[in-house]
Write a protein of this length. Structure first.
Length: 145
């Protein structure tokens, strides 16, 4: 694999983290499960196995929950033409209440949590997708959960 291919894989995998944050925060629940391989795993406190389980879970998110997943410090280690691993830092802001149903800003108390995702990426016929994404929290505000 040459450097150009490695670079393209790294960018594709980084783009998944951005797409993940955008889809969950802006309630694009049709797009969200499609970021995962058909047998993909999402573990953010509860382990969800497969697209169907991920889809079902995300659609149960309360309407009154507003979130912003700030993704940074993304690192992708390309293992081969169809396989990569990585991490992405998360700073999570969230607010739960009826004010979230409006377009107006809601009160800000600071981050609800800070941690990182441990990611496995796989190239499929659909492109690069998450084979698994597991959240590891370093800090958590119990008042926001």
């Amino acid at each position: 694999m040459d450097e150009k291919q490695r670079y393209e894989i790294e960018r594709a995998c980084e783009a998944l983290s951005i797409a993940y944050a955008r889809a969950i925060d802006f309630r694009d629940y049709d797009a969200f499960p499609l970021l995962f391989a058909e047998d993909g795993v999402l573990d953010v406190g509860q382990k969800l196995e497969g697209r169907a389980a991920i889809d079902e879970s995300v659609r149960r998110r309360p309407d009154e929950l507003r979130s912003r997943h700030v993704i940074s410090n993304t690192f992708v280690h390309v293992l081969g033409p169809d396989d990569a691993r990585g991490i992405a830092y998360l700073t999570l802001y969230r607010y739960h209440g009826p004010e979230s149903l409006t377009r107006n800003p809601v009160p800000l108390r600071g981050p609800a949590a800070v941690g990182h995702y441990e990611d496995r990426y796989v190239r499929t016929s659909e492109g690069w997708l998450f084979a698994s994404r597991r959240l590891q929290l370093a800090f958590r505000d119990p008042a926001q959960f």
